[in-house]
Ligand binder design. Sequence first.
Ligand code: PNS
Length: 163
Amino acid sequence: MTTAIYPGSFDPITHGHTGIIISGLRCFDRVIVAVLNNEQKKPLFSVEERIEMIGEALPEIGADMSRVELDSFDGLLVDYAKRRGAGVILRGLRAVADFEYELQMANMNRHLNEEVETVFIMANDAYFYVASNLVKEVTRLGGDVSSLVPPSVDRRLRAKLGV
Ligand code: PNS
């Protein structure tokens, strides 16, 4: 049985992320969506809120929740993967701009533990431009992101940002 970790900040989860999770479930037996617990990144949503939003969003889009686990982690990702018995780190790629950062992380993670493979899945082209930071900024400025994020995320974003 192959378990993949899908790590990220998910602040908040977008349809870019949900697409990667659905694709990941086609490739792997189990996907652990692992929310980075890092206050230094000054997240808008707490880890608990981010996990709740992921938990609400995935059933809405028909993800097979019997093969999905939601968790949080801190410290090194490869150590977390080892603890969880996962041999794969799953990451999504959008445009070329993602590539350099992702290559750097994948190689660093391989340096730290060569038994953990990083596997990339291309984001759906409909969501190539979608990023959590942009979604937050656009909502804050009164723009409509309702087609780019799950409904519960849209609601919570507007409540959190008071718009
Ligand atoms: O959604 P993000 O912010 O692009 O995800 C980045 C993440 C969580 C994958 C990355 O910051 C990470 O793995 N952090 C854990 C610390 C770690 O292992 N750092 C060394 C990897 S290069």
